[in-house]
Design a protein around this ligand. Sequence first.
Ligand SMILES: Cc1cc2nc3c(=O)[nH]c(=O)nc-3n(C[C@H](O)[C@H](O)[C@H](O)COP(=O)(O)OP(=O)(O)OC[C@H]3O[C@@H](n4cnc5c(N)ncnc54)[C@H](O)[C@@H]3O)c2cc1C
Length: 432
Amino acid sequence: MNNKALAHALLWLVALAPAVVAAFHAPPASSAPGDWLNFLGRIAGIAGFGMLLVAAAVSFRLPGVDRWFGGLTKLWNTHHLLGCGAFLLLLVHPLLLAMAAVPLSLSVAIGVLFPPDGGGAVWLGWIALVSMMVFMAPSLGFFGPPKYQRWKSIHRLSAVTAVFGLVHTLALSRSIESPYSQWLWWTLATLALAALVYGLILARWRHRYPYRVSVVHRVAPNVVELSLEALARPMAYRAGQFVYLCHQQRNLHGRGEEHPYTLSSSPDEAVLRVAVKDLGDASRALQSVVPGTAVALTGPYGDFFPKSSGRELWIAGGIGITPFLGRVRWLAGRGEAVDIGLIYCIQDEARALFVEELRQLNATLPGFNLTVHYFYKHGPLSSDFLRYHCRDIASREVYICGPGPLLQLARDLALANGVSRRRLHTEEFNLL
Ligand SMILES: Cc1cc2nc3c(=O)[nH]c(=O)nc-3n(C[C@H](O)[C@H](O)[C@H](O)COP(=O)(O)OP(=O)(O)OC[C@H]3O[C@@H](n4cnc5c(N)ncnc54)[C@H](O)[C@@H]3O)c2cc1C
């Protein structure tokens, strides 16, 4: 297991620690089904709430720390898994507890769910659960693909879930001996709170860089590459990393909204560059941004490429060319020979972004081999195409970035052609 997998495993361990302690400390009272259901109900609640707090704790965006986990997108995958797992466990938690009481009588079972005399802590648990249903609904796509900004606002309700859930847990938890129960829950809650404080206050102050758009280069009708010059200390980054960009142009949609974009420039350049494709409201608005506009960058994030280059195969689709563009510009600047094949998948010549520059690099950078795969001409990317253009694919590190379906296809083809999972690296342009 490598260090990054270990870091993810550690998160799960921390999330599930209270449930493990509770399972040992308060096992089922007997082998009767009611006692087992009660045990499972308690453990589901404890495991679910532990996972919820750790999911909240990893929602911070601390530049550099995300690399311990293989980059922000990988960390967010774990956040999603923890969040969805927590949701399911917290949904079954009251049901199992009520079912455990059914052998006593139906009215006792209903009383477990809705205590007739007081039971304030139980009602707080319901508020936590209902608020969780509300903020998880868009994430689970119950009402179709969510609008990012709306999704983000609704997701803030998770703070209500965490606070009410904590009070509910501290008041009712008898599965873990006191004071260990308080220690465990307060440690996890403090981690989640620290993430919140960092995200709302510290990130803006410590990792936000003021820049200004210096050049707007139209690459295609729906793609611009913006050159950005620093207004104060410049951001240091590695090729292929990404930033959150927030523009300040008045009368332009998306002002003040943060969106992630990969740096397409080489870290050695004096300016930063991002290439933005019109994929929605905010990215469409950026097509009309004018030189002189102030932008704030937060970052850098991501851990797509290693520090030094080896024998690599890059597979890019459409705007997914940006991390490779940043890296090849950086390698070209160093002037050393490389051993890298790039298979660039695009629909047709009209959508061939940066292809002239890549052809020039193909001619001047020793060991860099560009192959353009046109969908209209070659059909979907295939094993035959990959093997023909990269005979030794199985022994290379493979990097893939592009739209979801291409990413999945290229991943499957690479695995089918003998590339081990350890050597397969993917970057998704989707954090939801
Ligand atoms: C790591 C990463 C690197 C990226 N690099 C590039 C790049 O180099 N060039 C490029 O053109 N695009 C890039 N994108 C995609 C870009 O972030 C989205 O196209 C843009 O945010 C869409 O916003 P919108 O309002 O225009 O569209 P919307 O219609 O609002 O969103 C379309 C989809 O984009 C995603 N999205 C929207 N806003 C955000 C946000 N603030 N944070 C995370 N995801 C969001 C959601 O999945 C959403 O469903 C990258 C995305 C990620 C995650």
